[in-house]
Every structure is written in structure tokens, then in C-alpha cells.
Design a binder for this molecule. Structure first.
Ligand code: UDP
Length: 327
């Protein structure tokens, strides 16, 4: 029997590569697409030898063409860390807006179901806590995070418009902070920052006083939630994340304990518009997807630390790359 085909954009990224693995394992034929601005082929090189995997080096913001049938589209292409938005703001805006538009058009002609990766950033610096899906957010459109936050908000709007106007089968996942193997070591996110610092023997940098909170979800839990949402009949946005909330200062202590580093903590200025608190309310995912996270932070952090520890030494010193700067 011919396998069902799925297009995954952002395939060489952290989440995209884990989704490729999962859908290959579940018996699909996967087309992984990436323009490699922030993605890394090392995340998917193990898939290249498989018959059921095909890589397409393409920028979805410009044009997307896929010959043949498609059952599903997962749109996970986007820079996703504050350092990236600062370096490539225009591409960040374009992939969430023009890229999403192109993929919705593709879903329409292929009669494919499309799931787009949205984010807790649509809630901005939230005044409602924990965040439920019916909270509309508190976003600064012209701040440094605005290019990401507003692109994702536009993405949700155009996705819903294709659903209501064209009848396209759409799904929207709002992803909260997620971690695991294959995060980019130098993308500025807090977990790879701390683990990279521990490995290089540098002090751990806390931004602000460390009282801001986040809630960290292990990647396999997130992937399971996404698969369930894709197969559900819910077109409204659904939060997927782990509600266990901690301060960044506590998180630093956990990393120090886990890694055994004898470095100290140093404090640096808090970036502009850094959200003070974040915790998903996952009642909706529990109810309609029968989903909740399974990994404790202790388990997930151990797996992630083992991954970073196993990387060749020279990777610890690689600069964050942003290929192809033309916007
Ligand atoms: N952070 C930190 N030290 C670092 C990197 C990040 O204290 O070296 C903080 C950052 O200011 C934020 C939190 O950790 O409050 C999570 O940052 P991240 O970029 O991972 O995610 P986001 O802010 O997008 O949730």
C-alpha cells in the first residue's frame, strides 16, 4: 500500500526534526523542507538514507511546490529564539505570514490538513495567569519580539480565515517553552545557554534577577500532543506545554546540580519585553486530546544533558549561524 505523505517545514530545526522522526516511525512518507537559515542538516542526516524521507531545500516564504498527493502539512519553519529575531527580523515576519499563506494555498489545492506552529508568544507578557486559549494577549508590536509575536498572531488569523472561507482543515498549536536534544547550543535560549556554559566552564548568565518564570516541556511530550491535535477535529488553538512552572533562578540551580559545574551565577540585564511569567493552562488539551505531559523535568533534563555532553567539543564553540541574510 502507498504510504500517506506529509510535508514538514522547518524539518532541520529542533522541533521539525523530531516531528520527521515521529512520522517516519508512524509509517508516513515524509518530505522535510528547510531553507537552512537557522536549521541544521545534522539534525536529520540519519534520515537521508531512508526511502520514506525526502529533503527539499526551499524557502517557504517565496514559493512552495510539491508534486503528488499530500495528506498533512506541518508548518514548523520559523526562527524561534530572541537572538534570531534580532538578527533576522524580516525573515521571521515573512515565514510566519507569507510562508503560512503559501502553505495554506498548498493545503487548499491538495485537500491536505494543515497544522501550524503557533506559540505562547501570542500572549506576550501575559496579564492572565496561567494562560488559557481565550486570553488575547499583551504584545508590544514594535518591540524586539514583535516581529515573531505579530507574525504568529497573523499566522493564526490567516489560518482561521482559510478554515472559515475556504473550508481548509486547519489546526493551530500554541507551543510553550520546549527543550530536548537538538536544540541549538548557541541560539540564546536559556537551557542550551546554561548547559553550554557548564560544558565550556563559564559562569551561568541569569538575565534580570531570575524571578521571571517559565514552564518547560520535554520535546517527546510536545510531539505526542501535536500528533493528537493533528488527528483531532479541533480547529481552534490549543495550548501544548508543561504546566510545571519555575523561576529562572531555580532553573539555574537545577542545571548546576545536574551538570556538577562549579561555576557561579552572574546577572545580566533583562532583555526588552521579556515576559515575567508563563505557564500554560492545558485543560483544553487534557479534555479534547486526552493529553498531558509525562516526563518530569528531572528525566527530560537528564536526557538533554546526555545529548549535549556527547557532542564533539568543537560544536560547543560554534557561532550561531544565520545563512543567507538577504530578506
Ligand atoms: N535567560 C537567562 N539567561 C540566558 C538566557 C535566557 O536568564 O542565558 C532568561 C530569559 O531572559 C527568559 C528565560 O530565561 O526570561 C527564558 O528565555 P528563552 O529565550 O529560553 O525563552 P523565552 O524568553 O522565549 O520564553
Amino acid at each position: 500500500m502507498k504510504k500517506e505523505r506529509i510535508l514538514i517545514t522547518g524539518a532541520a530545526g529542533f522541533l521539525g526534526s523530531h516531528l520527521c522522526d515521529r512520522f517516519i516511525k508512524d509509517g508516513y512518507s515524509v518530505i522535510g523542507m528547510d531553507n537552512l537559515i537557522t536549521g541544521d542538516l545534522r539534525n536529520i542526516e540519519h534520515l537521508f538514507k531512508l526511502e520514506d524521507f525526502e529533503f527539499s531545500h526551499n524557502d517557504v516564504s517565496k514559493f512552495v511546490h510539491i508534486p503528488g498527493d499530500l495528506k498533512y502539512i506541518l508548518h514548523f519553519a520559523s526562527p524561534a529564539s530572541p537572538i534570531d529575531y534580532l538578527k533576522i527580523p524580516i525573515q521571521t515576519l515573512k515565514v510566519g505570514s507569507l510562508g503560512t499563506h503559501n502553505l495554506l494555498g498548498l493545503a487548499h489545492v491538495k485537500k491536505a490538513r494543515i497544522l501550524v506552529a503557533s506559540t505562547s508568544e501570542v500572549y506576550g507578557d501575559p496579564t492572565v495567569h496561567p494562560q488559557t486559549e481565550d486570553y488575547w494577549g499583551n504584545v508590544n508590536p514594535v518591540g524586539p519580539r514583535g516581529v515573531y509575536d505579530e507574525a504568529k498572531r497573523f499566522q493564526e488569523a490567516i489560518t482561521m480565515a482559510y478554515h472559515t472561507y475556504h473550508g481548509v482543515e486547519t489546526r493551530i498549536v500554541r507551543i510553550f517553552n520546549t527543550y530536548g536534544p537538538r536544540m541549538r547550543l548557541n541560539d540564546g535560549r536559556v537551557l542550551p545557554a546554561f548547559m553550554g556554559q557548564a560544558l565550556r566552564g563559564e559562569d551561568l548568565t541569569i538575565f534580570g534577577d531570575g524571578s521571571q518564570t517559565r514552564s518547560f516541556c520535554y520535546v517527546d511530550d510536545l510531539v505526542e500532543g501535536i500528533v493528537r491535535l493533528l488527528k483531532s477535529d479541533c480547529a481552534d488553538p490549543v495550548n501544548i506545554g508543561n504546566p510545571m512552572e519555575i523561576t529562572i533562578a531555580q532553573f539555574a540551580e537545577e542545571i548546576i546540580k545536574l551538570t556538577g559545574t562549579d561555576q557561579k551565577i552572574i546577572f545580566q540585564p533583562l532583555p526588552t519585553d521579556d515576559p515575567k511569567q508563563r505557564q500554560p493552562n492545558i485543560s483544553k488539551a487534557k479534555e479534547i486530546l486526552n493529553w498531558e505531559p509525562k516526563y518530569t523535568r528531572e528525566e527530560g533534563l537528564k536526557i538533554t544533558w546526555d545529548y549535549f555532553r556527547s557532542l564533539p567539543k568543537e560544536r560547543l564553540y560554534e557561532e550561531a549561524h544565520h545563512r543567507n541574510f538577504n530578506s
